[in-house]
Ligand binder design. Structure first.
Ligand SMILES: *[C@@H]1O[C@H](CO)[C@@H](O)[C@H](O)[C@H]1NC(C)=O
Ligand SMILES: *[C@@H]1O[C@H](CO)[C@@H](O)[C@H](O)[C@H]1NC(C)=O
Ligand SMILES: *[C@@H]1O[C@H](CO)[C@@H](O)[C@H](O)[C@H]1NC(C)=O
Ligand SMILES: *[C@@H]1O[C@H](CO)[C@@H](O)[C@H](O)[C@H]1NC(C)=O
Length: 140
């Protein structure tokens, strides 16, 4: 199961914020807007999934950023992001999308979220992941 990593997202942002403000460069917080996954998305555990975000509003100063993509489950207001098993790392922001492997050991739930994090981050809407052996659950 996902560990109860309460406020990991905030902690990550805080850590990044602190390390960046310590450097003698101007801090620019830019969060890419996630397009997919969204509330109509269904991923199958063990297959691959597509994560995409808006690139036409990325400021020039942020166009060389790379992104980390994390999976979590929304529970009681916490994203519970699995920071030990990132879906992808070092993805160039201007690429706009990436295909990620969906972990094979996930159970059926409709409260999965994806975080796309550069020097700031966005959290997707909740979406569904179904086990490969049980994909028809999504059709009910
Ligand atoms: C899936 O496996 C990974 C790697 O062993 C583990 O870290 C993670 O907690 C597991 N996820 C679930 C939902 O069991
Ligand atoms: C939701 O994701 C689907 C692809 O999974 C995409 O076609 C659709 O445009 C997205 N919806 C929104 C509102 O962005
Ligand atoms: C982005 O990288 C390119 C190639 O390394 C460099 O020429 C450019 O100055 C960089 N832009 C910013 C805003 O750092
Ligand atoms: C949900 O969060 C609230 C406020 O942090 C807390 O009081 C409550 O015990 C939590 N409920 C569960 C089921 O974790």
């Amino acid at each position: 199961m996902f560990s109860p990593l309460y406020s990991v997202f905030s902690a990550l942002l805080l850590a990044l914020n602190l390390s960046v403000t310590a450097a003698p460069v101007k801090f620019l917080a830019f969060a890419p807007t996630i397009i997919t996954p969204n509330s109509s998305t269904v991923w199958t555990s063990g297959n691959s999934g597509s994560v995409s975000w808006v690139t036409n509003d990325v400021p020039t100063e942020a166009q060389n950023y790379t992104l980390t993509i994390l999976l979590g489950r929304l529970n009681n207001g916490s994203e519970n992001l699995d920071i030990t098993n990132p879906l992808a790392t070092r993805v160039p922001i201007m690429q706009g999308s990436v295909t990620v492997p969906v972990p094979a050991n996930l159970t059926y739930a409709t409260d999965y979220v994806v975080a796309v994090i550069g020097d700031s981050g966005d959290i997707s809407s909740c979406f569904t992941i179904v086990p490969a052996s049980n994909a028809s659950v999504a059709l009910h």
